[in-house]
Design a protein around this ligand. Structure first.
Ligand code: NAD
Length: 274
């Protein structure tokens, strides 16, 4: 396929463009993920918390695409933190997905008030050592949380999946990632399709390149080095968001889009979310 890959810090290759399935019901997931696979996506981002691992697994099985050609990510939910609980939660996710292994397993949120993410990480290390997750990483970790994993355990997360879009470019966290060979993956890369896609600066850049605002934003991410996982339940948009490789933004566009940073989160602050 035409999607470039990134090499994770343990040598595993991951597509830089994937498909996110948050807010897709288990029943819808089979058709929606099926459509994404048909369009050419080969990376799927689900989570125990999304309630659609079964539907996602069914789409993968029904696609007829060889398992090794699809990169599957799922995540440990907040109620399952701790060493033993995380191991059990992982088994349940694999069972729902009807897979022998996932490609990437993430801790969904650090929940610093509960303070079990180091124990959970040790469970992920075990899962990785058994080959049941080809790579392990985290989500919604701030540099302070990452620092603890680096100091207290033996494995650097392969990737951190964080809220990231032109209104919240996360420069400090991206710099920390770059320093420690952690891949940055952007969630809500389109800003959830709300105000961002109507922003006049973005709209004019998109017009200049003859693309839609969604395609221009996704290209902005790729240029920053982010892995992206846009979500859509609309077939034409699933196709649109995959069509990123025939154009590029220039330095002037990147400078203009840097002006969209307003520091506003769409989701919760990871320090406060439990
Ligand atoms: P997104 O930024 O991908 O936006 C998706 C929404 O944008 C769609 O529902 C639709 O309304 C709109 N949209 C999509 N394509 C469009 C297009 N071409 N033109 C116009 N509008 C379009 O938001 P998201 O779903 O929040 O994030 C993507 C994925 O990131 C999720 O599905 C999930 O896999 C992941 N995620 C992870 C976390 C986490 O805590 N780790 C949190 C949120 C999302």
């Amino acid at each position: 396929s035409s999607v470039p890959h990134v090499t994770l810090n343990n040598g595993v290759e991951m597509p830089r463009l994937g498909f996110g399935v948050w807010q897709v019901s288990n029943d819808e997931a089979t058709a929606t993920v099926g459509k994404a696979l048909e369009v050419g996506y080969r990376s799927i981002d689900t989570a125990a918390a999304y309630g659609n691992e079964e539907g996602t697994g069914r789409a993968i099985a029904e696609s007829g695409i060889p398992r090794e050609e699809i990169f599957v990510t799922t995540k440990l939910w907040n109620g399952d933190h701790g060493y033993d609980a995380a191991l059990r939660a992982f088994d349940a996710s694999l069972e729902r997905l009807a897979l022998e292994h996932v490609d990437l397993y993430l801790i969904h949120w650090p929940m610093p008030a509960v303070d079990l993410y180091v124990e959970s990480w040790r469970a992920l290390e075990k899962i990785h050592s058994e080959g049941r997750a080809r790579a392990i990483g985290v989500s919604n970790f701030k540099p302070t949380h990452l620092r603890r994993l680096l100091d207290e355990t033996g494995t650097v997360p392969a990737l951190n999946q964080i809220e990231l879009h032109p209104n919240l470019p996360q420069a400090d966290t991206r710099a920390f990632h770059a320093e420690h060979d952690i891949v940055t993956e952007a969630w809500s890369p389109l800003g959830q399709g709300k105000g961002l896609l109507e922003d006049p600066t973005l709209v004019s850049i998109a017009e200049k390149h003859g693309v839609t605002p969604a395609r221009a934003v996704l290209r902005w991410h790729l240029r920053l080095g982010n892995v992206v996982i846009p979500k859509s339940a609309t077939p034409s948009r699933i196709e649109e968001n995959f069509d990123l490789f025939g154009f590029d933004l220039d330095d002037e566009d990147m400078t203009a889009l840097a002006g969209l940073d307003n520091g506003r989160r769409l989701g919760p602050d990871p320090d406060e979310f439990n």
